[in-house]
Design a protein around this ligand. Structure first.
Ligand SMILES: Cc1ncc(COP(=O)(O)O)c(C=O)c1O
Length: 391
């Protein structure tokens, strides 16, 4: 009976997440006996101390299974406030914080409460594919700024040019997935100076990749720049920093008026984020929860160094060295269009993500979170596949 139904314009504008599609496809292919190395999806392997694991599980067991507060449980809200103050120098009151089911829902809701049909949202390419869907779903117009430099850096002049009277949000993902750019203080100050001139533009600072840096640095949060606190919604989550995306806990902090609208939205949707996840997040966000990070970044750096140099040794591939994150994002235009190459590599047993989903065709995204022998095997398959193209 559903065949003749007219589905909503809103859902017809959407495409499903290419990352979750890739995960599902790789499962299906594996179940048919095909040997697939999945480098499209990434969750780094975290090792916590036994103490942290125990505390987290205890907290989850004790969490209420009754309804909680729409904005989040007091312990979790408190842990978020302390995290922002301790690690980002940002002071928020309890009514300036919201906890949702994953960073994804925080970002999606923030777009939903501000964007109407025809409103514009600025994005730096390459971007995390979901942003585009959040904007399109509302009938908004993504205004994509494409880098001209091989290191993917966008200039304040490019940002200035992209702003129009219809601009609602500037989404600033720093560190940037998937290209691994980390904008430093001076660069962010220049972006903030542009934003300061345009009073109607709000900033969504997605700092979910904050902890994954290969140089010792402290992230300069966008909201910490002069006159930006009141303009910025800062987003983070435990999926990335603590390797627990299945708990689906993300959080955001910003002006109370924005949080109030997001609360209205949340109360008529999921009601609140799941309470066991919030209890676990409250433990993880405490200071003791940070101990795993330097070790994890050191291990990821070994993978990064191997992966980038191996990818650059594939004839026709050019890959900039990422400063953060866990993705290689080479330009492959000298070999084949990225869409064709992604399909060809899948046939050869390596799954990756076509850069077109990140707003930058001609590139492929490879996660390098898996153990080195797996990455070596993937590189060998790709090298052989590219060599075979020439024959
Ligand atoms: C840049 C970026 N922001 C936010 C998220 C949301 O993560 P989660 O919903 O798992 O907290 C992701 C997930 O991949 C991401 O890549």
């Amino acid at each position: 009976m559903w065949q003749g139904f007219q589905f909503s314009k809103r859902v017809e504008r959407l495409a499903s997440s290419p990352i979750h599609d890739a995960a599902a496809k790789s499962k299906v292919l594996r179940s048919t006996g095909k040997d697939i190395i999945n480098l499209a999806v990434a969750v780094p392997e975290f090792t916590y101390t036994a103490d942290l694991e125990r505390k987290t599980h205890e907290a989850m067991q004790q969490a209420t299974m009754n309804f909680g507060a729409v904005e989040g449980e007091p312990d979790a809200i408190n842990a978020v406030i302390q995290k922002f103050e301790r690690e980002n120098g940002l002071k928020y009151a309890a009514d300036q914080v919201i906890i949702c089911n994953g960073g994804k829902e925080v970002l999606s809701d923030a777009v939903q409460v501000l964007v109407d049909e025809g409103d514009e949202v600025i994005l730096f390419a390459p971007f995390w594919p979901s942003y585009l869907q959040f904007i399109l779903r509302e009938g908004g117009k993504p205004v994509i700024i494409t880098p001209t430099a091989p290191d993917f850096r966008i200039t304040p002049e490019q940002l200035e040019k992209a702003i129009t009277p219809r601009t609602k949000w500037f989404i600033f993902n720093n560190p940037q997935n998937p290209c691994g750019v980390v904008y430093k203080s001076q660069e962010i100050a220049a972006f903030a100076a542009v934003i300061a001139k345009h009073k109607h533009v709000a900033v969504m600072a997605d700092e979910c990749f904050e902890l994954f840096s290969y140089q010792p640095y402290k992230l300069a949060s966008f909201a910490s720049f002069p006159r930006m606190m009141d303009r910025t919604f800062t987003v983070n989550g435990i999926g990335k920093s603590y390797g627990k995306p299945g708990l689906r806990i993300g959080y955001g902090a910003g002006p109370k008026l924005l949080i109030d609208k997001m609360k209205v939205l949340q109360s008529s949707g999921p009601t609140h984020a799941n309470t066991p996840g919030q209890a676990a997040a409250a433990v993880m966000l405490s200071e003791v929860g940070q101990a795993h990070v330097p070790e994890l970044c050191a291990a990821l750096k070994i993978n990064r160094d191997y992966m980038i140099s191996a990818i650059n040794s594939i004839p026709g591939f050019q890959c900039h060295i990422p400063e953060s994150g866990y993705f290689a994002f080479p330009n492959v235009t000298n070999v084949l269009p990225s869409t064709e190459l992604q399909i060809y590599f899948l046939e050869q047993g390596v799954m990756c993500l076509d850069g077109k989903h990140c707003g930058l065709e001609g590139h492929l995204r490879f996660a390098y979170t898996q153990p080195l022998p797996v990455l070596e095997q993937a590189i060998m398959r790709m090298k052989q596949a590219v060599a075979a193209l020439k024959n």
